[in-house]
Design a protein around this ligand. Structure first.
Ligand code: PA5
Length: 446
């Protein structure tokens, strides 16, 4: 089994009646999603994507990745939010958070355009000195400010280094099929383009070219990634709550939320899961946090954060629950050896693997946290393969959509993201924002 939800640590927190009561609502949410009658139904292309993705484009992605691997030392991926988190999370999960530092035959990969920090951008420019560079600019709208700034800077660098024509052979754009500034620019300059489908929103787009090109450049097998997602699509399409772990997860987190557990802490005992936590936070935070509602998604990596956030989780406000993602296998194993002098007193662990010790850390923690009043859901994932990741991604995407419908929100829009943008544009003096500029400045300088 690729993924299994274990609910034994919910005992005493959720009762059978609550679970029974939510079952018809889950069935309704399932129908709304599968029949395309729910809120935001123009953005459910990701549901069948693992089966009906564009196979011709998939081959082009593989060909582009092969070219990039052959002519590039540093691959720069420009994008923000859903246009960057999934790819970065997948590379760190499948390969490593230390991917760039490890010996390998594939290019270093850096992500930029996800902040407005000149220090970060300048540092990246320095890292590119004397290196062969290619760029993947990713923006569905094609107009997002942060990546647009980084793209202008890197395009300039490539044109200076390779000339306009040479640069064009090293710039890959992932954007809307037909519209937007980026698409226009790419067509004009002759950059190769890949598509973010109309009916797939940014945070649901990691299994489109948005995620697939950078992931393929890292040497990961994107075919196996899609196979894992296709398996999840098959297995998680059953409307029966009892037989569908994805729906059980969505239902249980909503039951807990309705009982005042307003914060969900996603926990993993593997550092390579850190960016997957960030991807998950965006997926759920942007999908559910609206209309004055929504679980607040937080994350921790254990045992690291048991020495920081562990205190709060054990004894702070009782408004949270944990969802722990555990892996049945490790990428590499280390066993502790016996030491003749035993100065560190660790001989009681001699012969034990670190995986075993990590497992005991989980068992000790789950008992302590549930004793402290924190319900725990546990997701067991088979391993760190591309298949498992594809499965996990689809599992969370579908759980998020069902969960959003249970909450009564549109899980596919993000109207709140516009507020800061409008203010920032006004304060920067973008044409058309003159009135707002005056009003905002008066408030800032009162
Ligand atoms: O999930 C979303 O839709 C957002 O996080 C977007 O991905 C993010 O704002 C970037 O948008 P774009 O790809 O249009 O540049």
């Amino acid at each position: 089994m690729t993924l299994r939800l274990d609910t034994q640590h919910l005992a005493g927190f959720v009762c059978a009646e609550e679970y029974k009561a939510i079952a018809p609502q889950v069935e309704c949410a399932h129908r709304a999603l599968h029949e395309g009658t729910g809120l935001g139904n123009g953005f459910i292309g990701w549901v069948d994507l693992p089966a009906n993705y564009d196979k011709e484009e998939f081959q082009r992605i593989k060909a582009a990745a092969a070219k990039i691997k052959s002519d590039t030392d540093v691959f720069i991926v420009i994008g923000i939010g859903g246009s960057y988190l999934g790819a970065r999370a997948a590379i760190e999960f499948i390969k490593s958070p230390n991917y760039n530092a490890l010996p390998k035959k594939t290019p270093d990969i850096y992500f930029t355009g996800n902040s407005i920090s000149s220090s970060a951008l300048a540092e990246l420019l320095q890292l590119c000195e004397g290196k062969e560079v290619s760029i993947n600019m990713i923006s569905k709208s094609g107009t997002t400010t942060e990546p647009a700034i980084a793209f202008r800077v890197f395009r300039g660098l490539l044109e200076k280094k390779y000339g306009k024509e040479g640069a064009a052979k090293r710039i890959y754009c992932t954007t809307d099929r037909a519209k937007g500034t980026l698409k226009q620019l790419a067509d004009k300059e002759g950059y190769e383009t890949f598509v973010v489908p109309d009916d797939v929103g940014g945070r649901y787009s990691v299994l489109t070219a948005v995620g697939l090109l950078p992931i393929a450049v890292s040497g990961a097998d994107i075919g196996r990634l899609m196979q894992g997602a296709a398996k999840a699509r098959e297995e998680l399409s059953c409307p029966d709550l009892e037989k569908n772990d994805c729906y059980r997860y969505a239902a249980l987190r909503n039951i807990l939320y309705r009982k005042g557990k307003e914060i969900e802490v996603l926990a993993s005992y593997e550092p390579c899961y850190t960016l997957m936590c960030e991807w998950w936070k965006q997926l759920f935070g942007e999908s559910e946090g609206k209309d004055g509602k929504g679980l607040f998604p937080a994350s921790v990596i254990f045992s690291t954060d048991l020495h920081s956030m562990g205190q709060y989780i054990q004894q702070g406000r009782r408004s949270l629950f944990e969802t722990v993602v555990l892996f049945d296998a490790v990428k590499q194993e280390i066993c502790l050896e016996s030491d003749a002098e035993n100065v560190d007193g660790l001989n009681f662990l001699a012969g034990k693997s670190m995986a075993y010790i990590n497992e005991k850390a989980f068992e000790g923690t789950v008992l302590a946290h549930t004793d402290g009043g924190v319900p725990n859901l546990v997701l067991h994932v088979r391993d760190f393969s591309e298949e498992s990741l594809g499965y996990l991604i689809y599992f969370f995407e579908k759980a998020c959509a069902i969960s959003g419908y249970l909450l009564g929100v549109n899980p596919f829009d993000q109207p709140g993201v516009e507020s800061y943008k409008k203010n920032m544009f006004a304060l920067l003096g973008k044409p058309g924002y003159e009135e707002q500029k005056e009003a905002l400045e008066a408030r800032l300088h009162r």
